[in-house]
Design a protein around this ligand. Sequence first.
Ligand SMILES: Cc1cc2nc3c(=O)[nH]c(=O)nc-3n(C[C@H](O)[C@H](O)[C@H](O)COP(=O)(O)O)c2cc1C
Length: 207
Amino acid sequence: MMSSTSFSQEKIFLPPPKKSKFSLDEALDVRKSIRDYPSLPLTLEGVSNLLWAGYGKNRWGRKTVPSAGALYPIFLYIVVGEVEGLDKGIYLYNSGEHTLTKLSSEDTRFQLARASLNQRWVKTAPLLIIISADFSITTSHYGKRGVRYVWMEIGYVSQNIYLEATALKLATVAVGAFYDEEVKEILNIKKEPLLIMPVGRPKEGRW
Ligand SMILES: Cc1cc2nc3c(=O)[nH]c(=O)nc-3n(C[C@H](O)[C@H](O)[C@H](O)COP(=O)(O)O)c2cc1C
């Protein structure tokens, strides 16, 4: 039997997302931002579901979010602190393949928290999802108007991650307050970081 994590050409194949029975209305009803995460690891299955919900492919071969002109300018990076079956480090999500590419073995949560005005939850979360974009993908087609399209698309992705985290009984918050250039330098990326979403388990009894 193949293990849930298998390596080939530096790619990590994520387990297929499990479709839960948690209803959309229930998720909308109980969602909230949560910033306190006890020091407990996430599962690889949880990471798989969160990334799939944020920017994965659905049964029609479409993504889980709309995109102006179907241009798809968003890129999801993750910083792994404590995830069962995944080494610490920085990874890029390849949404078409539902795989991760490892970019670095560095646990950069502490530096990212400093670049985020010392927001504690950026340091303590076992996982950070960095929603970033290449604006030129959309502006080369739509000109200046493409900028607003990219901002809108970030919102769809973030809300999907919020709702999926809720359905998985995990906790998250959208963090928009950070120094862009510092975050790019820490992650060694050229894409524009627009939101950092720390994810953890909620404190017992929170939900
Ligand atoms: C664009 C955006 C940026 C945000 N930035 C931060 C942030 O830097 N730090 C933080 O703790 N929360 C941040 N939040 C979360 C809001 O504070 C939170 O959504 C708001 O207080 C409402 O609470 P709720 O999400 O629990 O309904 C941000 C939310 C949005 C939509």
